[in-house]
Design a protein around this ligand. Structure first.
Ligand code: PLP
Length: 453
C-alpha cells in the first residue's frame, strides 16, 4: 500500500491536471481523496467532507451503490470488452439500447449512438447533424449556432461551440462556421434588461436573425444546454427553449440538446428538455448514465433524423464515426444498473424537493453577503457568483474564490470553484440535513470570501 507521504510528495508533480495551470497545481496541490461512501469523501489526512460537487455532476446516486458496483464486476468477469464496430456487438449494449429509449420516449428519441463520454457525444452530435443534411441533399448546411457561456466539452468541435474564452483562446483557430448568441440570463446580458421573459425573447430573436443572416440553408444545428452548467448554472426562462425549438423547426435547423449534465434528474425533471417541454432532434448524454463509475456517453436521435439515414441506401447514410469504447460492455452493464437505481430512488423528485431547500438557503446568503452578487439554480444544481462590487457586478478575483473554497472545506464540504462562481451539484440522493450542511459551509465560505475584499 502506497503511504500518504508518497502521495503528497508526488502529488501533481508528474501529471498535468485538466483545467489547471501546472504551476498552480505545484503551488496549491489538489486534495487527495482516498475513499468515499454515501455522499461523503475522505481525504488522505482522514478529513471527511460532503461532496457538494457530486464527482463532476455525475455521481448522482452517491459512492456506495452496490448494485452498480456488482453489475460492473460481474460484467468484468463475463466479458470485459468487445467492440461494437461493424459486425460485432455485446449483450449489455443490446439490452441498454432497448432500455435507454424508455427513458427518452417523452422526447421522441428512437435510436442511440454510444460514445465514451460527454465531449465524444458532442462531437458525435455535431458530425451526425452535418451528415443528416448531406444525406438529405442539403450539402451546404454545415454551420452551428450555440450560446455564449455554454460548455460543450473540449474536443475541437465542442470547443468551437463553447461559449467561454478560457476554453477557446489557446486552442484557436477553431472550427469555422460556428456562431454564438447571448445566453438568456437575467444577471448579465447585453440588453441591460432584467425581465427573464423579455431576455428570452430577445435571445430567441437573435437566434432567428443569425440563422437568416447566415442563410438558413447553410445552418446545420443549434445546440444548447437546457440549463447552462459549467458556464455558471444559468437557468433560461421557461419560454426560451420552446421559442428556439420553434425557430429551428421553421428554418430546417436541427436542435441539439446537450443533456450531459441535465439528463437523469439533476434539474428536478428527468431531462432538461422535459423540464422545458421541448422535443429536440438530438440529445447528448454522459456523466450520470453510469453514476460516474465507468465512462460512457451517447447521442439520442429522433424519428426525423433516423428516417433520413435509414431510408438512404447509398454511401451517404453510412456512419464513418465511432470510438473503440463506444458502448463498452462494462459501461453498458453499469448503465443498466444505474438506470434501474435512478428510477428506484426517484432522484428527480428528491432533486426537486431537496433542491428547493438548497436554492432557498442560498438566496438567504445572497441577502446576507454583498460578495454573493447572485445565487441561482434549479433542482440540485446551483451557483454563487462572487463579486467585489455588487453595484458594478465586478467579478471577484481568485483569492476570494480560494478563501471560500478553503473555509467550506474546513467546514466539511467540498465545493467547486469555476472562475468567480462557486458551483454546487451534490449527489441527487442528498437529504435536507446534507443540504443544510452545504448551506452552512457556504455561509462560512462567504464570510471568509468577504474578508478578502
Ligand atoms: C454540458 C456538458 N457538455 C459536455 C461536457 C463534456 O463532457 P466530458 O467532460 O465527459 O467530455 C460537459 C462536461 O462537464 C458538460 O457539462
Amino acid at each position: 500500500m502506497i503511504d500518504s507521504a508518497f502521495l503528497k510528495e508526488n502529488n501533481a508533480r508528474y501529471l498535468w491536471h485538466p483545467m489547471a495551470h501546472p504551476n498552480d497545481m505545484h503551488e496549491n496541490p489538489p486534495k487527495i481523496f482516498v475513499s468515499a461512501d454515501g455522499v461523503e469523501l475522505t481525504d488522505v489526512d482522514n478529513n471527511r467532507v460532503v461532496d457538494a460537487v457530486g464527482g463532476l455532476w455525475n455521481v448522482n446516486l452517491g459512492y456506495s451503490n452496490t448494485t452498480i458496483k456488482q453489475a460492473i464486476s460481474k460484467q468484468l468477469e463475463v466479458l470485459p470488452y468487445y467492440s461494437s464496430f461493424r459486425g460485432t456487438t455485446t449483450a449489455p449494449l443490446i439490452e441498454l439500447s432497448v432500455k435507454i429509449l424508455d427513458w427518452f420516449k417523452p422526447e421522441g428519441m428512437c435510436r442511440t449512438f454510444f460514445t465514451s463520454g460527454g465531449s465524444d457525444s458532442i462531437e458525435t452530435a455535431l458530425r451526425l447533424a452535418r451528415q443528416y443534411h448531406k444525406v438529405r441533399g442539403e450539402r451546404d448546411r454545415t454551420k452551428f449556432i450555440s450560446l455564449r457561456r455554454g460548455y460543450h466539452g473540449t474536443h475541437f468541435g465542442g470547443a468551437s461551440i463553447n461559449g467561454n474564452a478560457n476554453f477557446r483562446r489557446n486552442y484557436e483557430p477553431l472550427l469555422p462556421g460556428v456562431y454564438h448568441i447571448p445566453a438568456p440570463w437575467d444577471y448579465r446580458n447585453p440588453f441591460e434588461e432584467t425581465d427573464p421573459q423579455k431576455i428570452a425573447k430577445l435571445c430567441a430573436n437573435l437566434l432567428e436573425e443569425e440563422i437568416i443572416f447566415q442563410g438558413p440553408d447553410t445552418v446545420a444545428a443549434f445546440i444548447m444546454e437546457p440549463v447552462l452548467g459549467a458556464g455558471g448554472v444559468i437557468v433560461p426562462h421557461e419560454t426560451f427553449m420552446p421559442l428556439a425549438r420553434e425557430i429551428c423547426t421553421r428554418h430546417g435547423v436541427l436542435m441539439i440538446a446537450d443533456e450531459v449534465i441535465t439528463a437523469f434528474g439533476r434539474t428536478g425533471a428527468w431531462t432538461g428538455s422535459r423540464l422545458w417541454n421541448v422535443q429536440p432532434d438530438m440529445m447528448a448524454f454522459a456523466k450520470a448514465i453510469t453514476n460516474g463509475y465507468f465512462p460512457l456517453g451517447g447521442v439520442l436521435l429522433n424519428e426525423k433524423v433516423v428516417e433520413s439515414f435509414e431510408s438512404n441506401r447509398d454511401s451517404f447514410g453510412a456512419i464513418g464515426h465511432g470510438y473503440t469504447y463506444s458502448g463498452h460492455p462494462v459501461a453498458c452493464a453499469a448503465a443498466l444498473a444505474t438506470l434501474e437505481e435512478t428510477a428506484r430512488l426517484e432522484v428527480a423528485r428528491n432533486s426537486r424537493v431537496v433542491g428547493e431547500h438548497l436554492q432557498n438557503g442560498l438566496k438567504k446568503l445572497e441577502e446576507k453577503y454583498e460578495v454573493a452578487g447572485n445565487t441561482r439554480g434549479i433542482g440540485l444544481m446551483a451557483a454563487i457568483e462572487l463579486v467585489s462590487d455588487p453595484e458594478k457586478k465586478t467579478p471577484a478575483g481568485k483569492v476570494t474564490s480560494a478563501a471560500f473554497f478553503e473555509a467550506a472545506y474546513q467546514a466539511g464540504v467540498m465545493i467547486r470553484v469555476s472562475g468567480n462562481n462557486i458551483i454546487l451539484s451534490p449527489p441527487l440522493i442528498v437529504t435536507v440535513d446534507d443540504v443544510q450542511r452545504i448551506v452552512n459551509a457556504a455561509d462560512l465560505g462567504l464570510a471568509a470570501a468577504s474578508k478578502t475584499l
